[in-house]
Design a protein around this ligand. Structure first.
Ligand code: NAP
Ligand code: MG
Length: 455
């Protein structure tokens, strides 16, 4: 079995990638388990050195990796270059972790009590197609740093950069089978990570439905999991904010990566008294978004990843059951490629599908609100809780609303959500556990407590 990969901007076939079957998956897990024992036994400084070497090799291949992602996933060259650089940075950041995986010494009577952070063994990382490189790195870098071996399943449609990263790991000198990329189907390779007793943890990013299945499956073995799932994040704009700045920043907070971003601020809440002013500045900004060939450096937004994803996005607007009012739109190229223009819609009510379901495409819904309490209530009226933004010049309000919104990653007067040195993850149906930040290696370990009698 193999998959033919298609360039989303041209609809041309790029290459064909074999898909692992169950037997190959089991063999890779067994080889990883054997390799893990040696990896964990390496001196911490040596593990750190190898991860730094891996980071350096990635750094030497940023352009190749970026070009692969442009072709395979339709990411803009600017984004893809950042994404490859993010893998390097995350590896570099966690290369310091092996020597800093501190336990504690706890005062007790009659002896010495210490804790150790033991690796879990083999960690299975399951990656979606929207950010193939960063999401892979957020899983494998801290997991490796904590002394685990990693088996990684890329999304079926976007495996190329992960496969390349697996090769670069070997080039950097990581021992064989410590980091293995296994392209294949979610229902085969991904599910095997969940059912195989030799996999100690599954680190999953993707849809809420598949995440729920993984959580159910993990119960059979009390398997550790991290879940990073969907989002329907709110961008809340108060009338006291710099409205022009908020309107200028709003398009890329949702249209970046063609909206295929779990942190996309796909709901904009605008204080009623500033609504008209915001919308007119927002219209100008949306019409200015450069949607074009993703390999051009000036391009801000490329195509959607697959025809299926574009059809799914259309089902929220053109092919919706209820009528949807489009306020205004940006542009998109004609011809080959799975293009969809940046689209701003005005829901009739918060019950509209486009207001409460994740579109995962370049569609944003805007509604006015009356006051701070209503803004928080509207922002929280969702099953999700991943990210969000608050635009205001009032410091007290910024803090109150940040504390009031039920989401894992909030930004005030900006749209940043992800920095490798700060924790990332969701409240409610957006996930379980946190990635990145100083504590990520801990979530790839078990705490062991040892008491040594002195009497
Ligand atoms: P998906 O269908 O859940 O797939 C994610 C990954 O899981 C893919 O590698 C997929 O393999 C695999 N998979 C599918 N079925 C599986 C199963 N039964 N057992 C184990 N693995 C399985 O999601 P997607 O379509 O790739 O990505 C879009 C969704 O991911 C969106 O809903 C988005 O919100 C979410 N997402 C969330 C975050 C976050 O950080 N919170 C980040 C990115 C994406 P195949 O490729 O073979 O299907
Ligand atoms: Mg899927």
């Amino acid at each position: 079995m193999s998959t033919t990969l298609i360039n989303p901007a041209t609809e041309e076939a790029i290459t064909t990638v074999p898909q692992a079957d169950l037997e190959q998956t089991d063999a890779a897990i067994a080889a990883a388990a054997a390799a893990q024992e040696k990896w964990a036994a390496l001196a911490p400084a040596d593990r750190g050195r190898l991860l730094r070497r891996f980071a350096e090799v990635v750094d030497g291949h940023i352009d190749d990796l970026a070009r692969l992602e442009v072709a395979n996933a339709g990411h803009t060259i600017g984004n893809a270059t950042w994404e490859a650089g993010n893998v390097r940075d995350v590896l570099m950041y966690y290369s310091a972790a092996p020597e800093r995986l501190f336990g504690r010494q706890i005062p007790v009577a009659g002896g010495l009590d210490v804790t150790f952070k033991e690796p879990l063994g083999v960690v299975g990382v399951i990656v979606p197609w929207n950010f193939p490189m960063p999401i892979a790195g957020w899983g494998f870098a801290p997991a490796l740093a904590a002394g685990n071996a990693v088996v990684l399943k890329p999304a079926e449609v976007t495996p190329l950069t992960a496969i390349r990263l697996g090769e670069l790991a070997l080039e950097a000198g990581l021992p064989e089978h410590v980091f293995t990329v296994i392209p294949g189907k979610g229902s085969v390779v991904g599910e095997r990570f969940v059912t195989h007793p030799g996999v100690g943890k599954v680190c999953f990013t993707g849809s809420t439905a598949v995440g729920q299945g993984i959580m159910r499956g993990a119960a059979d073995q009390i398997k550790r999991i991290t879940l990073e799932l969907g989002g329907k994040s709110a961008n809340i704009v108060f009338a006291d904010a710099d409205i022009e700045a908020a309107a200028a920043a709003a398009p890329m907070a949702v249209f970046d990566n063609a909206g295929q971003d779990c942190c996309a601020r796909s709901r904009i809440l605008v204080e009623a008294s500033a609504y008209d002013r915001f919308m007119s500045a927002f219209e100008e900004a949306v019409k200015g978004v450069v949607v074009a060939d993703p390999s051009e450096s000036a391009t801000q937004m490329g195509p959607l990843v697959t025809k299926g994803q574009r059809d799914s996005v259309r089902s929220f607007v053109e092919d919706a059951d209820e009528e949807v009012d489009v306020a205004f739109r940006g542009s998109a190229p004609d011809g080959a490629g799975w293009w969809y223009p940046p689209t701003v819609v005005m829901p009739r009510s918060t019950r509209d599908r486009v207001w409460h379901e994740e579109v995962f495409g370049p569609v944003v819904a805007v509604l006015p609100f009356a006051d701070e309490a209503e803004a928080i209530a509207m922002a929280n009226d969702t099953i999700y809780g991943l990210s969000g933004s608050i635009y205001t010049r009032d410091v007290g309000r910024a803090i109150r609303v940040s504390r009031g919104v039920q989401a894992g990653n909030l930004s005030v007067n900006s749209h940043s959500s992800v920095r490798y040195s700060t924790p990332f993850g969701g409240f409610k149906a957006s996930g379980l556990g946190r990635e990145l930040g100083p504590d990520a290696p801990d979530s790839f370990t078990e705490v062991k407590n040892v008491f040594i009698a002195t009497d």
